[in-house]
Design a protein around this ligand. Structure first.
Ligand code: 4EZ
Length: 232
């Protein structure tokens, strides 16, 4: 099968490129797509750049141009839930867009006509992630991830996102990938390791923990790829 591995920042895919080693690089849509062969399967790796627009573009290109049959996202996130600490892993059971707001017309936050507030991830992929966690004795939280085009470094804002969307973590791409993959009927999974608590210290913590948390997420994602391949 053909598997797409996506991150937002170069730091989020570097551990993947190191692991899959021999790859070919194809330039497309002002981005680079790294194609590797792994156990007779094709792996397409890219980082989108930060934010929903770039994530939408890259996820779409992965599916339409590179024909990936599943999308697995790996990266870091800010914690909302108090039981998520720096370095902890969360897999999304659903994603939403916390900055989408036409409430002036009586719609709920995160909703536009013909869309949905929450996009669910593929339950088979979530189960694979859970079984990897179980095998390795790693704690993996399953929760809601809220996406928006803002780096949240504000306790009030993060608490609002937590309350309105029942979200456990927040980042800037997952909800966009969810819309693309849902619309094009490609199973997808969003995995994140916590880099900060989206509070006053978030900027500093993010700089300090981006690399280590991105590596935690990428290494776990590789185990998911192995399990997925076993089943296909
Ligand atoms: C976006 N990513 C952060 C990119 C920040 C700075 C150069 C994840 C993330 C995040 N997003 C980690 N912590 C976050 C937070 N507190 N708010 C939003 O996906 C780039």
């Amino acid at each position: 099968m053909t598997i797409g591995l996506l991150g937002a920042m170069v730091e989020e895919i570097e551990p993947l490129l190191e692991f899959f080693k021999d790859y070919e690089c194809i330039e497309y849509a002002e981005n680079r797509f790294y194609i590797a062969k792994y156990k007779e399967h094709k792996i397409v790796i890219a980082y989108s750049k930060i934010g929903k627009v770039y994530a939408t573009l890259t996820a779409t290109v992965m599916i339409e141009r590179f024909k990936v049959e599943t999308i697995l996202f790996s990266g870091v996130a800010g914690a909302i839930s108090k039981d998520l600490k720096i370095g902890d892993l969360i897999v999304a059971k659903a994603l939403c867009q916390h900055d989408l707001d036409i409430t002036a017309f009586g719609h709920p936050y995160g909703f536009v006509p013909e869309g949905q507030v929450c996009y669910k991830t593929d339950s088979k992929l979530v189960n694979i992630a859970k079984s990897v966690a179980k095998d390795k004795g790693i704690i993996l939280k399953e929760g809601i991830i809220a996406t928006g085009d803002q780096f949240v470094a504000d306790t009030k804002r993060k608490e609002w996102v937590g309350k309105i969307f029942e979200a456990d973590a927040l980042e800037m791409e997952g909800g966009a990938v969810a819309v693309v993959a849902h619309s094009l009927k490609v199973p997808f999974l969003i995995l994140r390791s916590i880099s900060d608590a989206a509070d006053m210290d978030a900027g500093f913590d993010f700089d300090d923990f981006l690399k280590s948390s991105a590596t935690v997420s990428a290494e776990f994602l590789i185990c998911i790829v192995d399990k997925l391949i076993e089943k296909n």
